[in-house]
Design a protein around this ligand. Structure first.
Ligand code: TXA
Ligand code: MG
Length: 319
């Protein structure tokens, strides 16, 4: 039902997008669920396939900064950031350009648009072949763990989308950093693949958005998000026999079911393994009737900020 495509099938994947179909594709961060951003019906089917609340705006993906900046009104900071971090895991929120053809639904009716250029050969080839903006949220059901492999995508969305372009596992493994440049000061809406420190080194102080609001500016900020089926317990310094362990460094004694994020406590490696680890322990734990996933502490510097953001959401009370 859902076609599994290889990088050699780019032309076919682009044709499906042109026909208004949904195509999931790998990026350096996570797999995205792509649709023609200018086709409101195609965009509507993203929300339907994901079961996503309609107030959640989508990121538009482009092959290069010049293309992206035709759809928004860039400013000096945006140009500087794009020059340094694109292609790469950074999303910029900017005012929509006048007569921007991206469907209002893709931007959830906001006057701004989130744009990014992924650092991934297959994704860039697809974007070049398609030639227009591709709206793509992470290719998971709303509120669930983001997919970092084509198999993760199929597990959640098989039969609901036309195709998945399999380009192997995602190198970064965490979503892009979302930075709002549409106001008087830059605001971090979502920590992600480019660290706050790296951004501030280039443009100076960045304000951090409040962690939650009723009508979220960035609904990646909804409290319960990235949720596995099993409950998650953070900052574990001990582990019970009926718990699975998400380890960071030498595993806690007594753990029977372990997924190692990074034995050497390397944050980049841990980021790349995070969602895979949650997927694996969730499936294993559910099968073995474990009660919980216990997570060892991860420091909050560099990519650790984004890792802890996702873990906190995975552990948040479910609505
Ligand atoms: O790495 C990524 O960013 C992946 C890959 C596929 O590119 N995409 C992704 O999309 O994570 P999604 O839809 O799961 O998350 C997009 C985030 C959400 O938190 C959304 O609220 C925010 O970006 N966002 C999108 N447009 C926005 C806008 N105009 N203003 C504020 N936030 C926006
Ligand atoms: Mg997502």
């Amino acid at each position: 039902m859902t076609e599994r495509l290889a990088p050699k099938d780019i032309a076919h994947a682009a044709a499906l997008l042109r026909a208004g179909k949904l195509v999931a594709f790998g990026t350096e961060t996570v797999y995205g669920l792509g649709a023609d951003a200018c086709n409101a019906q195609a965009v509507a089917s993203i929300y339907a396939a994901k079961g996503r609340p309609s107030f959640n705006p989508l990121i538009c993906h482009f092959a290069d900064a010049d293309s992206a900046f035709r759809y928004v009104t860039p400013n000096e900071l945006a140009a500087k950031l794009a020059a340094k971090f694109w292609p790469g895991p950074l999303t910029l929120v900017l005012p929509r350009a006048q007569n921007c053809p991206v469907s209002q639904l893709a931007g959830a009716g906001l006057p701004t648009l989130a744009v990014r250029v992924p650092a991934h050969d297959t994704a860039l080839a697809l974007l070049r072949e398609f030639r227009g903006p591709v709206a793509a949220p992470s290719a998971n059901r709303s509120g669930r763990i983001s997919p970092t492999s084509a198999q993760h995508v199929l597990t959640e969305l098989d039969g609901r989308i036309a195709a998945v372009l399999d380009s192997g596992p995602c190198a970064v493994g965490l979503e892009s950093t979302v930075l709002d440049l549409s106001g008087p000061v830059p605001v971090l809406l979502r920590p992600g693949g480019v660290s706050l420190e790296a951004l501030e080194a280039l443009i100076g102080p960045i304000q951090q958005a409040a962690s939650e609001s009723l009508a979220p500016a960035s609904p990646g900020m909804l409290v319960s998000h990235y949720a596995p089926a099993l409950p998650v317990r953070l900052n574990a310094t001990g582990v019970a026999p009926d718990e699975a362990l998400l380890a960071f460094g030498p595993p806690l004694p007594g753990a029977a079911h372990i997924f190692q994020l990074s034995e050497a406590q390397n944050l980049q490696q841990a980021a790349a393994n995070l969602f895979e680890g949650l997927h694996v322990l969730d499936a294993q734990g559910t099968k073995l009737e474990l009660t919980r996933i216990a997570v060892m502490p991860v420091p909050s510097h560099g990519l650790g900020l984004a890792i802890n953001d996702r873990l906190t959401r995975a552990a948040a009370p479910r609505v």
